[in-house]
Design a protein around this ligand. Sequence first.
Ligand code: URA
Length: 238
Amino acid sequence: MVLRLDKILSDMGWGTRKETRKLIKKGLVSVNSIIIRDPAYKVNPDESNIQVGEEKVVYQKYIYVMLNKPAGYLSATEDETAMTVLDLLSPQDRAFHPFPVGRLDKDTEGLLIITNDGKLGHILTTPKKKVPKTYYAVVKGRVTEEDREAFALGVVLEDGYKTKPGELTIVKEGETSEIKLVIYEGKYHQVKRMFRAVGKEVLYLKRLGMGELFLDESLELGQYRQLREKELELLCAR
Ligand code: URA
């Protein structure tokens, strides 16, 4: 794959195209130890040693991160007023033009995969693949065995849609309950609406897992990290 030198640098977070053009024209960029001053110079980044000053440019086409999404951020790439999950990424990582895979509500926390790999995004969100999504929730009201059975059969939402079976585990029963729920589809506000269908209200919601990938609990809210090779393999194996 042969690309323009200014594009490679801006894709890797060295600045806008205008800025990387300037860097190149100033003679700060070398390819295989030869200073290149032409921004349109074509190079295969996988086979060449590109450097800005002493710093090697490692070319990567795709980015895959797991974010521990905090409440208050939209699962979108841009918004006129609200902060989006991309605001939590560094400028270098944003330069890959990534997008969140699937949506978490503004007030939902937990695992969100962010990538610029459209193919993986599609695999994980297409209803055909029935990718499991695991949630933890705090629910107002006593979640019961009957709710577990109702979820296992599928519940009818307020718009008449009958959900696919979900696996409900009661973690703590009480006036306020704690549960885990695995669902295989991703309708709008699905978990909250499933509880509403059995007369209960979700007070707090966090996604723990998507497919076989689970949130790294060492990530603080708002923190993220690149997926490890093994984790990516788990997701791509679908
Ligand atoms: N279900 C919801 O209700 N909200 C989410 O953010 C995810 C699943």
